[in-house]
Design a protein around this ligand. Structure first.
Ligand SMILES: Nc1nc2c(ncn2[C@@H]2O[C@H](COP(=O)(O)OP(=O)(O)OP(=O)(O)O)[C@@H](O)[C@H]2O)c(=O)[nH]1
Ligand SMILES: [Mg+2]
Length: 320
């Protein structure tokens, strides 16, 4: 085992931090680390929380941490912060309201900026999660704000997605950003102490009457919370664990894992392919000429010529 991986699995926090930084920075050791860390993937229940800015995601995550610690579970947190550059690592100020847990050895909180993430935020998050899984986290909570496609893409790493909505301003079901309502496995109506919570619950219920929108045969439950007072956390967590049981029972978790594996492998393969072609173009001027259309040929013809030069097979019918 890589010495760093060995230390991570022994519960060494500094080793975990170091590995995450190496991974985020795309360091030369990254590949060797990920190769070994892969074996730990799938051990933790990964739960994403998303929603509008200020919906109470961090407050909620903080309550869930306390709840899970009460059960003796080891908890990891990945807070995705769009306002920060990609490599940060350290706790990002007061956007994260979980600092009361930062001295607890059973809690590992990591934040990840999004500015400048290469190869996609979801991939970067997935890679960091391997470290938290190797560290022995039973549950990993991922907080990401529900604006921007790449922030939402991060949720593909989650087994269960909680969409945090609040009564009143902006969060009406009808006006919600398209795509965001559909990703929820659990609807969390937070700030249920404020007026309008009943109305919001009714709106969601109405929307859920259209059963055709259920993903993976799961009817998303609606849970009310007052995160600021710690109310509703146990109901929230039982909804979340019910969802995981459903995924496992129905074979959905294995199905998703295969699908994600396929996507990740494809992404790696395509980027290898791209790098290889770029290398050839650097190495051989005639590749460069074809790429730039020096002889006046169209891009399709040029690409097919390069395809043939790579010695790649054509499909029956003649298409590459
Ligand atoms: N009234 C009320 N306020 C709450 C509740 N939960 C959180 N808040 C308050 O809402 C504000 C935003 O909470 P955060 O937890 O930072 O929200 P967030 O969704 O993490 O915000 P960003 O990370 O900035 O997107 C804070 O002032 C909280 O105290 C609640 O249940 N009721
Ligand atoms: Mg927050």
């Amino acid at each position: 085992l890589h010495p760093l991986v060995e230390r991570i699995t022994a519960g060494d926090r500094r080793a975990a931090a170091r590995a995450m930084t190496l991974i985020e920075n795309d360091a030369p050791e990254k590949r060797a680390l990920l190769r070994e860390l892969y074996a730990f993937g799938g051990r933790a229940h990964i739960v994403g929380f998303t929603g509008s800015p200020g919906a109470g995601k961090s407050t909620l995550v903080d309550q869930v941490i306390a709840y899970l610690r009460g059960q003796g579970q080891r908890v990891g947190v990945l807070a995705v912060d769009p306002s920060s550059p990609f490599s940060g690592g350290a706790l990002l100020g007061d956007r994260i309201r979980m600092t009361r847990h930062s001295a607890d050895p059973g809690v590992y909180i990591r934040s990840m900026g999004t500015r400048g993430a290469v190869g996609g935020l979801a991939k970067a998050a997935r890679d960091v999660l391997y470290v938290l899984e190797a560290y022995g986290c039973d549950v990993i909570l991922v907080e990401t704000v529900g604006v921007g496609q790449s922030e939402l893409d991060v949720l593909t790493v989650a087994d269960t997605v909680g969409l945090v909505l609040t009564p009143g301003a902006g969060d009406h079901v009808q006006t919600a950003k398209s795509g965001i309502m559909e990703i929820a496995d659990v609807y969390v109506v937070n700030k249920a102490d404020l007026p309008g919570a009943d109305m919001l619950v009714r709106e969601i219920e109405l929307m859920l009457r259209d059963k055709s929108s259920f993903r993976e045969d799961w009817r998303p439950p609606i849970v009310r919370t007052v995160a600021a007072q710690g109310a509703g956390t146990d109901e929230l967590w039982s909804a979340v664990t019910n969802h995981l049981a459903h995924l496992k029972h129905g074979g959905w978790r294995a199905h998703r894992r295969r699908k994600r594996h396929r996507e990740e492998t494809m992404a790696v393969l395509l980027s290898m392919f791209r790098r290889h072609v770029e290398w050839l173009a650097d190495e051989y001027p005639d590749w460069q000429d074809i790429l730039e259309g020096a002889a006046g040929e169209d891009p399709q013809t040029g690409a097919e010529a390069l395809w043939d030069r790579l010695g790649l097979a054509r499909r029956p019918g003649g298409d590459p």
